[in-house]
Each structure stands twice: as structure tokens, then as C-alpha cells.
Design a protein around this ligand. Sequence first.
Ligand SMILES: [Zn+2]
Length: 413
Amino acid sequence: MNSTEQYLEAQAAASEQVDVPTMVNYIIQDSLHRGASDIHIEPWEDMVGVRVRVNGVLQWLVGIPSDHHPNICGRFKVMANLESHTTGLPQDGKAAPEEFGGVQLRVSIFPTVFGEKIVCRVFNPNSKVFDISKLGFDDATLERFKELAAKPTGLMLLTGPTGSGKTTAIYAAIGYLLEKHGNAVAISSVEDPVEQNLDWVNQSSLNPARGYTYPAALRSLMRQDPEIIMVGEIRDEETAEIAINAGMTGHLVISTLHANTTSGTFARLINMDIEPFLLASTIIGVLGVRLLRTNCMHCAGPYTPEPAPLEQLRQFEGDEYLQAMLDQQGFYRGAGCSACGDTGFSGRTSINELLVCTEPVREAVMQKRASREIQALAVQDGMRTLWDSGLQLVVDRKTTLEETLQKVAADQV
Ligand SMILES: [Zn+2]
């Protein structure tokens, strides 16, 4: 039983009224305890359901009697400095409850047919997610990444599908630059919206409704004398052009791009009508990231995967590799237990691949060669691929073969 349930039961047993601010604090405490990234508080027909997203999956937290719903909404509105008398309209705000040292909540209120639904995105600085050492680098790749980050100019891109940890990775990269340069460097960011406040970084949230878009923000920012610029996401031609221009004119620009493969980034930008020679001369590297669920340490044990994933592994790595893994009982997965909510997984870990724009890669980009060829050149130049990183987790018994295949193999060119 979690502390919200305990509190509700204790109040009921003592015939005492529920103090809503106290209950809300218990909800937040339980959510943090589970490592939640989001808290969903939903009015249903017969109760208020609270669910939390943990490792990317929604979990049930607690059900609360419906009569508390208006006061719960009111409490979150007060915490986030929203208009508490306004109901039935979307509202967004931020809260930093004092009781939870440094934890920030981005509170979003949305009217549904049963009343207002509240979703809180949780930022917990104590979980140290912005640590570059947690991005799943091996030593050699980390060194190459640091070399790129030390360059004074150019464009560094981070790619991955939705939910792959791009935002965490870009904050970690900025965190590394702050650690390296301290306050001796001017870092500015344009984000949609700012998700985590960083000391020494001039962060700016877009406001597209008022015309404050990525291109508008970046044009103004260029007159602010930044040395390092973080652009939340490149999603259109205009933003791409300005980011590349900034990278060519004495700035280090770091941004994210929605692409499935690191090598596919170039084709994606060429499709946005960016000249290949501009890409070749500006992009210094592309970091691809993914998040993989990790086996629960309490219930993980050896298993034999189904024939289909084994066949996929054989196609990638060959007969001998597969046989060796089977002989050594090398495959591990969680059977499911109370510690992992019967999922077999507990927590997630990052893996990555760093495509460094070496001379052969640059030439291939100029010649608009296929992504697959660019990928092969990068591997020749020492790139450890996402697949390699994911397979290493399988070998280390930290995740399942299926998880690696699902998150990585399908996207590999
Ligand atoms: Zn378990």
C-alpha cells in the first residue's frame, strides 16, 4: 500500500476529513518514489484515477473519491500559479513544491467531459538524469564525444524517435559543456518549452501563438553574442538554415532532429532543401540515442527466446555467435515479481551511437550517397552502432534480446 492509500484509509478510520494539500503531497511523494516521469490525475465517472508513467509505461497509483476532484484541481492551480477560479479551459504552469527539494512539476490542465484532467511532467534534479556518464557511452565513444563538444564551431545533432531520450541527452550535453567551461562561456537556448532550468544558460521558451517561433527566436539570439546555442528541435527548413548558418559563423550549435538513424539525418536535412555542402562543412557529429528497459534484478533469470528473435540475431551476427549465446545460456529476462510490478523490467538505460563527420563521411554527404553507405563509412571509422550497444546490454544480461531487437534493429539501415 502506498502512502496516499495509507493516508486516505487512516482518515476514513478516524472519521477525519481529508486535507487535500496533504493528500496531493502524498501523491507527489508516491510518484517520485516510483521514479515517475508524469503524473496523470483523471476524473472518471465514479472516481478520480491517479496513474503514473514509469519507464515509459502508465501504472495505476491510487483511486480517490470524486468529491475531492475540484479541490485537487484547485490545489494544483494554486501550486502552479494558475487562475484557480477558471475551469473548463486548458491551463499550463509550473510548480516547485518546497517539500520536494528542487523537484519541478510542469502542470497541464485539460477540460474533459468529466471535468479537468491534470498531467504533471516531473523533473527531478536529484535523479541526476542530466549526467553525461548515464547516456550509455563506452570509453572510446565518450572521448570522441568530448572532442566534438570541445570544438568552437559547428552543428552537433542528436537523433532518435519520440521517447528515445533526446531531451535528456541534449541537457546532458549542455551539462557537460557547463562543467567544462563553467561561467566562462555564453550559452543560450531556445526550447519548446524549457523543460529544466539550468544555471548559467539563458533559456527561452517559444511562444508560437505570438509569432515567437524557432526562426524568430534564433534570429534575435544571434544578436545576443552567444558562443554555444541549444536549439530544442530542428523541424523545418527555416530553423535548419539558421542553425547551420550559426554553426558556420563561430558558434557551437547543439540541436535534436527526429530521425530514425544517425546516417539518415543528412537525407532528412537534404529533403528540407539544405545544400549537401553546407551539411558537410557544418555538421561535426550526430549522436543517436535510445532508451531500453532493463531487467529487474530481483527476478531476472536465464530463458530461451522464441525462434523469430533468435533468427533475427542469427541474421545479424551469424550461426556461431547465436550458438555460443545459447550454449552459455546467455539470454536473461525478468520473470515478473512484486518489485517490478510483474513487468520483468525495472528502470531504463540509454544506449547510443556517435557518427563523427570524418573526411570520408563528409565526402559521402557531399555526393548525396545513400544513408546505408554513410553508415558503413562511419563504422569503418570506428563507430559503435546502436545495435552493438544494445547487443552488449543483452550479453551483460541487463536487457532481453527482444527489447534490443524492438528498439534498435528495426531502425538500422
Ligand atoms: Zn521483478
